[in-house]
Structure formats: structure tokens, C-alpha cells
Design a protein around this ligand. Structure first.
Ligand code: PAF
Length: 290
């Protein structure tokens, strides 16, 4: 597709190339960007609504970024449905959807990347080497292409938004980063594009992640160790369930650096968990104050 297209219903302008994007944004007021990999769900709607409140023009990017997937990860089976995503954007009053092809974003091998540093090697970065370098590189490219005044990221990916905030400061990028609270189903499961992989049994086991985080929040009187122990007890039980929850990490970290919180830690911290339920890897986190 080379021409920008607008659905008959008068939804967002869908653009596929940097030139089309520039033409679509020319002369528009304050731009808010919501970067996504598509498979849009309620959590993304929260981000779009926040962008709508704060900006005159809302751009949603839909791009499954190969650079942030490891060799054995779910790049090939990651859910992709652009017409459905454009439908969600239309319902949310989004102005422009930027949906580039891989060849448009990476016309040649990406030799220069944005290194996520030590902070990008902890937790998610330790489990997914190179992941955050891939994320920060594509986010920088999107910032350059869209030139937004603000960009909205979900707090469900706590380490991602902390790294993006840090990158914006360290590299003097002229964009405001806005965090949107995690959207949860009534049973506590955090909204995620990967939830579509869960059947009913796996979904039941997956609920343990938010249960463990709640147990941690309720144990703040016991300090950092109390929080970790309470959450771990729930996950230990879940490891014996059917299907089992295979814990990747449970960590209580400093929200700015994602370094492990010491037993004496006081103030804000993030309790973060990652686990595999069947073939699906899920992450979740919650803020705690000690
Ligand atoms: O959070 C995501 O969906 C992705 O990591 C992002 C920020 C769109 C970069 O590809």
C-alpha cells in the first residue's frame, strides 16, 4: 500500500511510510504518540484516551519490532490484525495510524542502536538479552519519525517505561513521557496482547501473578523481605498447580534503576514478576511503598 487510506467510516488516516506520515502531520497541533505492536486491547485504549486528553493529534504506531525479539521468542506467531487495530483506533478517535513495513523501518541492517546499559540487563533484560536495546532503538526511530510532543506508555511494562524515561533524559530528547496505569480484568489479570494465547486453564494459572503481587502489597509492614516472601509463597504454590506457573523472576526493585531493593529499602519500589504459563510468558508488576 503506498497511498494513505481512510476507512469508509471516517476513521484514522492509515499511513505506511515516513513521507505519508509527514504529510499527515503537517500543520497539526500538539502531537501525542502511542507506540504499539498492534493486537490492540483495552489496555491500549487507556493509553489512547490519555493521549487524547493531553494532545490535539493522536498518532498510534502499529509495528511488530523484530529487533526486540530474541531468536526463540514469539516474533512469528505474535498476533497481527491491522484492520482490527484500525477499528479500535477509529473507536478511540485516533487521528493517524502509522503502520510501517519491516523494510521501511529497517531498510538495511541496523548497525547503530541505542544501548540500554546496565539497567537494560536486569530482570526482563537478563531473561531477554538485547530486548531493551531493540525497544529503545525502535522508540527512538519512532520519536524521530513522528516528532511527538508527548508519548504514552503502559506502566505494565514498568522496566520499559523506566528505561524510556531515562533515555529521554540521558539523550536530551524533546518529548514528554506519560505513564498509563495497568488495566486489569475484574479477576486481576493484567491486559496484554499475549493473553490471547491463554486457554481457560492457563488463564486460571496466570491469575497467580496478580495474586502474588497483591500478597506482596499486603505485606509491606514486613519491609522488603516481607514483601518478597509473601509474593514468593503464592508463586511456590502456583508452581505445583496444573498447569504450573514456571517462575522466571520475582524481584523488588528501585523504580528508577531497577536495581534490587536492599532489605533496608524505604520509600517507593516496584514488585515485578515474570513467569511462563504453558507456552506463554507473562509479566506483571505493582508499586509498593515501604
Ligand atoms: O510496548 C510495546 O508494545 C513495544 O515494546 C513498543 C514500545 C511499541 C516498542 O516496540
Amino acid at each position: 500500500m503506498t497511498d494513505p487510506t481512510t476507512p469508509a467510516t471516517g476513521g484514522p488516516l492509515v499511513v505506511r511510510t515516513p513521507d505519508e506520515l509527514r504529510r499527515a502531520l503537517d500543520g497539526r497541533g500538539r502531537v501525542g504518540l502511542v507506540p504499539t505492536m498492534g493486537a490492540l486491547h483495552g489496555g491500549h485504549r487507556t493509553l489512547m484516551r490519555l493521549a487524547r486528553e493531553k494532545a490535539e493529534t493522536v498518532v498510534v504506531s502499529v509495528f511488530v519490532n523484530p529487533l526486540q525479539f530474541g531468536p526463540n521468542e514469539d516474533l512469528d506467531r505474535y498476533p497481527r490484525d491491522l484492520p482490527a487495530d484500525v477499528g479500535v483506533c477509529a473507536e478511540e478517535g485516533v487521528d493517524v495510524v502509522f503502520a510501517p513495513e519491516v523494510e521501511t523501518m529497517y531498510p538495511a541492517e541496523q548497525m547503530v542502536t541505542v544501548d540500554a546499559g546496565a539497567m537494560g540487563e536486569r530482570l526482563e533484560g537478563a531473561s531477554r538479552p538485547g530486548h531493551f536495546t531493540g525497544v529503545l532503538t525502535v522508540v527512538t526511530k519512532l520519536f524521530q519519525l513522528v516528532r511527538p510532543d508527548l508519548a504514552v506508555f503502559g506502566e505494565k511494562d514498568a522496566q520499559q517505561i523506566a528505561l524510556v524515561r531515562r533515555m529521554v533524559v540521558d539523550l536530551n530528547l524533546p518529548v514528554e513521557i506519560v505513564g498509563a496505569p495497568t488495566l486489569r480484568d475484574a479477576d486481576g489479570l493484567a491486559s496484554s496482547s499475549r493473553n490471547v494465547y491463554l486457554d481457560a486453564e492457563h488463564r486460571d494459572s496466570a491469575l497467580t501473578l496478580s495474586r502474588a503481587l497483591r500478597a506482596g502489597v499486603e505485606a509491606t509492614a514486613g519491609g522488603a523481605e516481607g514483601v518478597r516472601e509473601a509474593a514468593r509463597a503464592v508463586l511456590d504454590e502456583a508452581a505445583k498447580a496444573t498447569p504450573p506457573v514456571e517462575l522466571d523472576y520475582l524481584a523488588l526493585v528501585d523504580p528508577a534503576t531497577f536495581a534490587e531493593a536492599s532489605p533496608e529499602h524505604r520509600g517507593d519500589a516496584v514488585l515485578a514478576v515474570a513467569a511462563r504459563v504453558g507456552p506463554t510468558r507473562l509479566i506483571d508488576n505493582v508499586s509498593v511503598t515501604l
